[in-house]
Write a protein that binds this ligand. Structure first.
Ligand code: GTP
Ligand code: MG
Length: 318
């Protein structure tokens, strides 16, 4: 169901000399995005190319990706025109300001069974829709850290949208991350996969599971946070440089010991607090109804809405 294929700008098109080009390739830098994200000092040393040359090349790559200086007005236009992915629920879309945005990390957090994984499944399907139906006409990556991905759900959701289920499943790159190191290594691999396979959405369901299990307790909090910050930074750089939407989930447990304020603030505080992006809290309501609430998004008003989880997927209530 991949309708539009935007060709990534290649390193060749930057007019880099063939000698340097060959060296870059040998160092594993094969795309403009990878060059834009490179560390000038490291690269200069490993490739034995003078630092000023490398710095110029990196700057060129960043400019080619629109990462150079721009005016605030240009920034406004760029942000307002970012493509969005529909969630399947008009209510949820408008809460999000039109849908899930590219170049942004969107976090869904809430207790078990609130619909985080169902939303991820739905988005992996919806990103493949053509733009006129609320998609990007692109593929999805699904990083599953808890083993809760179900192809049967993808099949059902695709069918409900009148799409060919096999084609839809073929456009979802699934990986089961076995621990936090694996989870982070997979994200590194995406730097090659995203441009090559026309990926528009990267899902990490859930972001914290492995980190929580591997670094339990308060005594490990600092180390865990450090590593998690690196992971979030990886994801932010993916979103920015590769023009993809990043969606992460985070399970929070109700804390019976909290009497004042919100009892579903995760133990150890909001670990994702400092990462920019959109944060949506999910809560159970009657039956298959779920409440979604925007939490501290700089550009969205604090408000809430209701959606439902049906056999067909995420929808508006009747
Ligand atoms: P945790 O991962 O445990 O934190 O929960 P979660 O927030 O990821 O919950 P999930 O997205 O797995 O939502 C589970 C809910 O979705 C269940 O309570 C079901 O009500 C609903 N659900 C899952 N599959 C189906 C389905 O095939 N049909 C319908 N109608 N509902 C479903
Ligand atoms: Mg889940």
């Amino acid at each position: 169901m991949v309708a539009t294929k935007t060709k990534p700008k290649s390193l060749e098109e930057l007019g880099i000399s063939s000698t340097i080009l060959r060296k870059l390739y040998e160092a594993g830098i094969t795309t403009v995005e990878a060059l834009a994200a490179a560390n000038a000092h490291e690269l200069s040393q490993t490739l034995a190319i003078p630092l000023p040359t490398i710095q110029r090349l990196i700057l060129q790559a960043r400019n080619a990706l629109g990462l150079g200086f721009k005016t605030a007005l240009e920034l406004k236009k760029e942000r307002m025109n970012l493509p969005k992915i529909t969630t399947g629920s008009k209510n949820l879309d408008s809460l999000l300001g039109g849908g899930i945005e590219v170049k942004t990390i969107t976090e869904f957090f809430g207790e078990y069974g609130t619909g985080k994984t169902q939303i991820c499944h739905q988005l992996a399907v919806n990103v493949q829709l053509p733009p006129e139906r609320g998609g990007l006409g692109k593929k999805a990556v699904y990083i599953d850290t808890e083993g809760t991905f179900r192809w049967e759900r993808i099949e059902a959701m695709a069918r409900a949208l009148g799409l060919d289920p096999d084609k839809v499943m073929e456009n979802i790159y699934y990986v089961r991350a076995v621990n936090s190191d694996h989870q982070m290594a997979v994200v590194e691999e995406l730097r090659d996969l995203i441009p090559k396979e026309n990926i528009g959405l990267v899902i990490v369901d859930s972001i914290m599971g492995h980190f929580r299990a591997e670094y339990p307790g308060r005594e490990n909090l600092a180390v865990r946070q450090q590593k998690l910050n690196r992971h979030l930074h990886q994801l932010m750089s993916l979103a920015e440089l590769y023009n993809v939407a990043v969606v992460i989930t985070n399970q929070v447990m109700a804390r019976p010991d909290v009497f004042y304020g919100d009892p579903t603030i995760p133990v150890g505080g909001h670990v994702l607090y400092h990462a920019p992006g959109v944060r949506i809290q999910l809560k159970k309501s009657r039956g298959n109804r779920r409440i979604a609430r925007v939490v501290d998004a700089p550009h969205l008003p604090e408000s809430e809405t209701v959606f439902v989880i049906t056999d067909a997927g995420i929808r508006d209530p009747d």
